[in-house]
Write a protein that binds this ligand. Structure first.
Ligand SMILES: Nc1ncnc2c1ncn2[C@@H]1O[C@H](COP(=O)(O)OP(=O)(O)OP(=O)(O)O)[C@@H](O)[C@H]1O
Length: 255
């Protein structure tokens, strides 16, 4: 571990979908201001585990989560925690860009409006501009803020979704294969953006691309059949894995 503080800490997490045991006793600490990549073969539970971190699995009826997950020492599954408030602190970006059918401005203003973060219109304007700048999109959209978000290119839409997620001033950003629907140029822009986000956020990203994990993350967690097999510095995982299963995956023998 480096000496960065721990932002989120998961201990003994188990997840079931009905009888399917999708996550088996997983414990992970996520460092602040660090990108942590979750990698592993299809169906190994990466997305399921990611969704535990902001209680998105609560929305799936047959899903049952056990174990402890803490954000800054607070149990996020405590009955007193409001999942909507939690998701403002632990934002999420999905595989397919999913802007709301609203203007570019309103997409970004949505969260701050719901959470009452901007008392005046000038405050809201400022928050929207900051989020769009932070998401490296401002220069491309500043003259068409009232145009629909759905009219942007795929890569711009994904950066808009990132702007929407950071507009509520979260502490953690979860990204579930955020580049899988993008072309290589848009992927490069989003990866560059992710690298910049590390300055301000704790980021966890699910990716199928080992090259992407190697490019954007400082720490990597390798999942296999619902188990966390290995977790460490990204460089070590890719060049000197301890577990045979990790080695098989990164050399392309399983997956
Ligand atoms: N909504 C759901 N209902 C039932 N089972 C589910 C659901 N979501 C995931 N599962 C099951 O949980 C296991 C883990 O799936 P998950 O999507 O988390 O894996 P993953 O590693 O993210 O896969 P992929 O890389 O293909 O997206 C799989 O067996 C999957 O079929």
């Amino acid at each position: 571990m480096t000496n960065k503080p721990i932002k989120m800490s998961a201990n003994g997490v188990q997840v079931w979908y009905g009888d399917t045991h999708a996550i088996k006793d997983v414990s992970v600490d996520l460092e602040d201001r660090t990108v942590t990549a979750f990698i592993g073969p299809s169906g190994c539970g990466k997305s399921t585990f990611l969704r535990c971190l902001n209680r998105m699995n609560d929305t799936i009826d047959i899903c049952r989560v056990e174990g402890d997950i803490h954000l800054d020492g607070q149990d996020i599954y405590d009955r007193r925690v409001d999942p909507v408030q939690l998701r403002a602190r632990v934002g999420m970006v999905f595989q397919k860009p999913n802007p709301f059918p609203k203007s570019i401005y309103d997409n970004v203003a949505y969260g701050p409006r719901i959470h009452g973060l901007a008392p005046t219109r000038a405050d809201l304007d400022q928050l929207v501009e900051e989020a769009l700048r932070h998401a490296a999109l401002w220069e491309e959209v500043k003259d068409r803020l009232t145009a629909p978000g759905t009219g942007l290119s795929g890569g711009q839409q994904q950066r808009l979704c990132i702007a929407r997620a950071i507009a509520t001033q979260p502490e953690v950003l979860l990204m579930d294969e955020p580049c899988s629907a993008l072309d290589p140029i848009a992927t490069g822009q989003v990866e560059e953006l992710i690298a910049n986000l590390t300055k301000d956020f704790c980021v966890a990203i699910v990716t199928h691309s080992m090259q992407q994990a190697a490019r954007v993350s400082q720490r990597t967690a390798f999942f296999h059949l619902g188990n966390l097999v290995e977790y460490g510095e990204t460089g070590q995982i890719f060049t000197n894995p301890v577990d045979k299963r990790t080695e098989s995956y990164i050399t392309g023998r399983i997956g």
